[in-house]
Each structure stands twice: as C-alpha cells, then as structure tokens.
Write a protein that binds this ligand. Structure first.
Ligand code: SF4
Ligand code: SF3
Length: 549
C-alpha cells in the first residue's frame, strides 16, 4: 500500500475514512506500525491460548493480564511511546512461544499464527504490511468481512480497557480473557464468514457485559457504592494535582499518598464520578472536578499551576508548556513524559507530589459552584419505587440515556442541544465524558430528582442497563417497550464494546452520532438497521419528534 499507515478505529479517522500519514490523534506512522504488529502478535497468542484451553490446558492469569494490557495499549489516545511497544512485542514473542510449546504439535494452524516479530524498533517499523499486519492490506478480503473483523477487534480493545481497570483492583476474569483469546485467534482465519463475525460481535457484547459487571464489582467492592453528591466544579486556593483517565486504583493510591500534604486533588474527564465513591470522598482533599472533557485538555492544562496525572485515555499530545508537569501511569505513555512505574505492584507518586508543591497551585478561591452527580446503580435502584410511581403518575414521561464519549467535532453540539430541548417532564441518564456537553446546565428537577442523573463512567453503562432492566420488570414489558431512548455518542473503542453489549441485549432504535464509524460498510450498516433499527443522529428537533411521537 502507498500510505505510511492506516487506522480508522476512532471517530476522528481522517476524512471520515482513515488516517494514512499521521493520526488526527497525533499517533505517528511508527507507533501505528508497532501497534499493528502488536495486534498481529495478539492474534497468534489468542489462537494458541484458545487451542490450549480447548485441550484442557490452563492459561495463566499472568498471560491473561499481559494480553489484556497489550490490546488496551493500542486503544485511541492511550500510549504513544515506541519503547513501550518494543517491550510489549518482545514479551509477546516469548508468551507465544511458551503457549505453542505447551500445546505441542497441532494441525490446521492458520497462516500468521506463528509470526514472531523482530525486536528492535527499526526492524519492527520496516516490516511490510500484509495479511494480518494492518487493516487494509489483504486486498482480496471482502470489505464486509473486514468491517466486522475490525468491529470485533475494536470491541476487544474496549473490553481490554475495562478488564484492566477491574483486575488492578483484584477482579480478573478467566471467562472474559478466554473470550478475548478466541475472538482474536479467529481473526487469523481467512475463511471466517460475515455470519461468523456477526455472531462473534454479539458474543463480544455478552463478554463485555460480564466485564462491566466485573468492573462495577471491583469499583464498588473497593470504594463503596457511589452516592448522590454536590460536587465542586470551581478552583480552590493552593497546590493541586489533576487526575484524569479511568483508573480508580491510581486515584485511591494517590489520595493515600497525598493526605496531610496540603495538596488538593481534582478529578478530570472520566475521573469525575470518583467524587461520589465513599472510599474516595472520605479524603477531604479530593475536592472536586477540574475542567471539561478530554479534547479541551491542551487549552486547560496550558498554563496550569499544578501537576497532572494521566491514568488512561484520553491523552492528547502535550504542549511544551506543560510537558514538565504532566505524568503518565499504568497503560498511558508519551515519549519524554515522566512515567510512574509499577514496582512490586506499587506506584510511588512522589515526582507528581513534588511537582504540585513546587508549582504552588491556584492563588485564590473562585466563587464556589457545585453540580449534582453520583447517581450510581445503588442510588438509582434504591429509588426505583419512587421512579416507577412518578412514571405511573405521568410525572416522568420519558427517559433519555445520553451517553458515551465526547470529542472535538463541531457536530457534537447536537448532544448539548438535544439535552436542552428535552421536555421538562423527562429525565436524562448520562455517563462517560459525553456528559460534559451538558452536565453544567441547570435543567431543574423532575418528580423530585435532578433532571440530569449522572450515572458515572462509560463502563457504568452497566448501571443504566440495570436501571432499564428494573424498569422493564416493574412495568412487565421488554426494555424496547419502555419510555426510554438511547442517544449514544461514540469516539473510541470502549464505545464500540458498549455498543456491542447494547446490541447483544437486543436494544433497538439506538441513535448513534456524531458520525457513523468509518469501519462500518454500507452492507454492515444495513444489517444493523434491519436487525436493530440503529440510526444516525439527525437534528435534535427531528429526533425528539420521532422519539416522542
Ligand atoms: Fe486516526 Fe483515530 Fe486511528 Fe488516531 S486512533 S490514527 S485519530 S483513526
Ligand atoms: Fe471519554 Fe476518551 Fe470515550 Fe470513558 S475519556 S469515554 S472518549
């Protein structure tokens, strides 16, 4: 192929088709190639792990964690550091050899399963694209098969992210790991059909539901159930650290290491929901949330007089102005940015703490503002009776789940306008960073509840699903018959995993925006329309009119 790279895994894909010179996300062609090579290796690891499992051989948790970390590392806006990919690739070669040896000789090994990657950056990036290496390189592959194959791989990446957040809190799940092996291994099969891939995408939805349940158990088991909270959204005088991403363990550890140090901790982006967890908010120096969604970070961090810790996506290219005060941990990486290593299962955040103290923080208190949040599973389900009564009395006429990722495209104003235009006798459930489009609007209350009910991070789609199931039980009907509509905003691959879960659950009439994924072909879209009546968003007025009849 004549491009330097090809990536179309996120909503920002250049020209709505794919990034071919450099990623709109700033991923360069070298890192793109290394990620392609790592995914190629993971396909073979998946194949050999799955064959071992079929034979009754156990695949260790260590391998499961490594595999999960590898797929997660290739998610959009996570890791841009070539050296980290060289390390993953070297380890991946070892893991594959180990699994192969354990299995002994077998028949019907697909092409590419035995691929062993070179182990220097120069050699890795000079590998030629070809079948299994890269997305677009086997020109003979049917485009619909490719579309569903990549749909599956992106869902696995998203699931990998959730699985990683769960197992750092002690919840590793063999069934989830086993599905990831099987699915990745299948992508080596050149004869896998559209039907086979469609079914695997549905199975991915099921496995991801399990994974989100696991993460819910990990988060609430470690830090308690989120409780409704009036969260501070303005700045307080004094030194501070802004913590971004999705990793609750990192935040918990940092809070412990900063207590009594005179440092305030603000959440940022997808960390916002942490302000509602009893085990985290018990630290009085977790004082609130700073800023908006991920795409505003370059502007918001530019002259920030505090330290920043990125614990997962979404990391943007840091400007020189703040390169010295931003730190990465866990899965995240950027060359030249200080990475907090995990040593014997522990992280020492001293460099972040020292930087925060050195910078001195905000000079004065801003006029205080707070917004309601923390409507997690427990908080909502314990109010299920009152919610059902309000629906029966006609006080709440409709629920909208407006959730998913935020992003930089102008078309995303749709979600702000949509929220503003929802009638006053309706409630909005929201989750993930897409909420920043409207979470500071004062939309008032309905039946004694805030009209905007913030359920948490993107993985808390699990909460929304539990609420939908509780309502459908109370009204003795299917979820699709409830006065509930799903308005999903996507950007990266966790949203793909969540979409697979919603489809697996048979949820119909989902509105998806701001644009449809570049990797979905017209035929695949037609199948999704026929089976699930999924539709692209149009205008808030038209969509509201269709939904509310
Ligand atoms: Fe382009 Fe998105 Fe891929 Fe980055 S992750 S290279 S923006 S498609
Ligand atoms: Fe946002 Fe990146 Fe997806 Fe967890 S932080 S939702 S975009």
């Amino acid at each position: 192929m004549d491009h330097k790279m090809f990536c179309w895994q996120c909503e920002q894909a250049a020209g709505g088709k794919g990034c071919t010179e450099v990623g709109v996300c700033s991923k360069d062609a070298d890192v793109a190639k290394m990620q392609d090579v790592l995914i190629y290796l993971c396909k073979g690891i998946g194949f050999y792990a799955n064959e071992n499992i079929k034979k009754g051989n156990k695949v260790s948790q260590e391998i499961g964690e490594f595999f999960t970390e590898c797929v997660f590392s290739t998610l959009t806006n996570v890791n841009f550091d070539p050296q980290r990919f060289v390390d993953y690739i070297k380890e991946g070669n070892k893991v594959k050899k180990e699994l192969k040896e354990k299995l002994g000789n077998i028949e019907n090994v697909p092409d590419g399963a035995d691929f062993i990657a070179p182990e220097t950056k120069e050699e890795i990036i000079s590998l030629e694209f070809g079948p299994n290496l890269g997305v677009m390189d086997d020109e003979t592959l049917d485009m619909d098969v490719r579309s569903l194959r990549e749909f599956l791989i992106y869902g696995i990446k998203g699931m990998g992210a959730y699985h990683h957040h769960a197992y750092v809190l002690g919840k590793f799940d063999e069934e989830v790991a086993n599905f990831m092996y099987k699915a990745m291994g299948t992508t080596l099969n050149r004869n896998a059909s559209v039907e086979e891939y469609f079914d695997l995408n549905m199975e991915a939805g099921k496995a991801n539901l399990k994974c989100m349940e696991l993460l819910d158990a990990a988060n609430t088991g470690s830090f308690g159930d989120p409780e409704p909270t009036q969260m501070l959204i303005t700045n307080k005088k004094g030194p501070f650290i802004v913590v971004s991403g999705h990793d609750l363990r990192d935040l918990g550890d940092l809070l412990e290491q900063t207590k009594d140090k005179g440092i305030n901790i603000y959440t940022h982006g997808e960390m916002l929901p942490c302000n509602a967890y009893p085990g985290l908010k018990k630290y009085p120096h977790l004082i609130g949330n700073y800023g908006g969604a991920w795409q505003d970070q370059q502007k918001e961090f530019d002259s920030l007089p505090g330290a920043i810790l990125m614990t997962s996506n979404c990391m943007m290219k840091p400007r020189d102005n703040y390169k010295d005060r931003i730190f990465t941990s866990s899965i995240v990486g950027w060359p030249e940015v200080t990475h907090i290593e995990t040593i014997n299962g522990k992280k020492d955040f001293t460099p972040v703490i020292e930087k925060a103290l050195e910078l001195g923080g905000f000079n004065e208190d801003e006029a205080e503002k707070r917004i309601p949040m923390g409507f997690g599973k427990n908080a909502l389900l314990s109010n299920a009776g009152a919610i059902v009564d309000a629906v029966k009395a006609g006080d709440i006429k409709h629920f909208f789940l407006i959730g998913g990722c935020d992003g930089a495209r102008p078309g995303r104003n749709y979600f702000t306008e949509f929220a503003q235009k929802t009638p006053k006798d309706t409630a909005i459930l929201t989750l993930a960073c897409g909420k920043f489009r409207f979470n500071k609007l004062d939309l008032g209350t309905v039946a004694g509840f805030p009209r905007i009910l913030d359920c948490g991070q993107c993985n808390d789609t699990y909460t929304a699903i539990q609420v939908a199931l509780a309502l459908s039980k109370a009204f003795d009907c299917g979820v699709n018959e409830l006065p509930l509509s799903f308005i999903i905003t996507w950007y990266e691959q966790k949203a793909v995993a969540v979409l697979q879960t919603l489809l697996y659950l048979g949820i119909r009439d989902i509105y998806l925006g701001p644009t449809l994924p570049a990797f979905v072909t017209p035929n695949v879209l037609q199948v999704l329309v026929d089976k699930f009546n999924i539709k692209p968003v149009s205008t808030p007025d038209d969509d509201l009119k269709t939904i509310l009849g």
